[in-house]
Write a protein that binds this ligand. Structure first.
Ligand SMILES: NC(=O)c1ccc[n+]([C@@H]2O[C@H](COP(=O)([O-])OP(=O)(O)OC[C@H]3O[C@@H](n4cnc5c(N)ncnc54)[C@H](OP(=O)(O)O)[C@@H]3O)[C@@H](O)[C@H]2O)c1
Length: 268
């Protein structure tokens, strides 16, 4: 049984990745603020076990318990060992042959020049785009330390982590830092026996709610808005299904060592 934890699983890319992972032999855990009710019904209909954790991942105080809930028996009953400490969850791990964390949840907000961004909005952006994947990766590595299985983390990054955009400072900065976090964590895991493969992958421009939000912004706040409008009009956006398929293929591509920072536009 392969275990997949997908953040931001209620919409867009995360929803598509979760849907494509609804296969026999997979156990899924979805995280988002939303309830994921329809996805849970879909998983049930396809005979796949999907657990859902509703949480605001920009609240750093929740992150340790979220991963403990995900990687132990959430019922709190027999077999549950939440809070015992690093490397726990061995009963939970029985029958698991691979464990995969996909840090996908993210926000483009606030979209405005820095002097027009509020401090709480900038803090929320960095908390969701950077602190959450850092903390969840750390907790994932700790909780699965004793598991003798294939373990991988996919951090969903962005081309905006490499190139500055007018009005996207919090987003660009948090994705750039996520790439560097991936490189450092990957460097560490490469020297560990059975270490976790940590990757950072930019998906290209994908036709999701995030892109609608970008097109709705005033050009005064985001000066490249018209370029994104034209990309949509010319049909140049990747569908969430295509992008999800490519991201999942990269997750299982053994050519990329732990710490790799990749862009699917260079790979396919
Ligand atoms: N779309 C693109 O063109 C594009 C390009 C490059 C990179 N990316 C990256 O791809 C990833 C997915 O983006 P997307 O386009 O699919 O975005 P999206 O359609 O806006 O979906 C974002 C997902 O994140 C969840 N989320 C947002 N805030 C959250 C919070 N505070 N706590 C927990 N979950 C939260 C949302 O669920 P709830 O609202 O239910 O919480 C939703 O499931 C992001 O990391 C994004 O930066 C996207």
């Amino acid at each position: 049984m392969k275990l997949f934890i997908v953040t931001g699983a209620s919409k867009g890319l995360g929803e598509e990745m979760l849907r494509q992972l609804m296969r026999p032999g997979h156990r899924l855990i979805g995280l988002a603020r939303g309830e994921g009710t329809e996805l849970q019904a879909e998983a049930r209909a396809r005979g796949v076990r999907l657990e859902w954790i509703s949480c605001d991942l920009s609240d750093a105080r929740r992150l340790e318990t979220v991963m403990a809930e995900a990687l132990t028996d959430g019922s709190g009953g027999e077999g549950s060992d939440v809070g015992i400490g690093p490397g726990n969850g061995s009963a939970f791990a029985d029958g698991i042959t691979g464990a995969y964390l996909i840090n996908n949840a993210g926000t483009i907000e606030p979209m405005a020049p820095v002097d027009r961004c509020s401090v709480p909005d900038m803090a929320r952006s960095v908390a969701l785009n950077l602190i959450a994947p850092m903390a969840l990766t750390a907790e994932f590595i700790r909780h699965t330390a004793g598991w003798d299985v294939d373990r991988r983390v996919l951090n969903v990054s962005s081309g905006a982590g490499k190139k500055p955009y007018y009005g996207w400072s919090a987003y660009c900065a948090s994705k750039a830092a996520l790439d560097m976090f991936t490189r450092c964590a990957g460097e560490e895991q490469q020297v560990e026996e059975g270490g976790v493969r940590v990757l950072s992958v930019a998906p290209g421009v994908v036709d999701t709610g995030m892109q609608s939000r970008i097109r709705e912004t005033s050009a005064d706040l985001f000066r490249q808005r018209d370029r994104f409008v034209r990309l949509k009009q010319s049909g140049a956006l990747l569908s969430p299904g295509e992008a999800a398929d490519k991201l999942l293929r990269v997750l299982f591509d053994d050519r990329h060592p732990s710490g790799s920072v990749l862009d699917i536009r260079d790979l396919f």
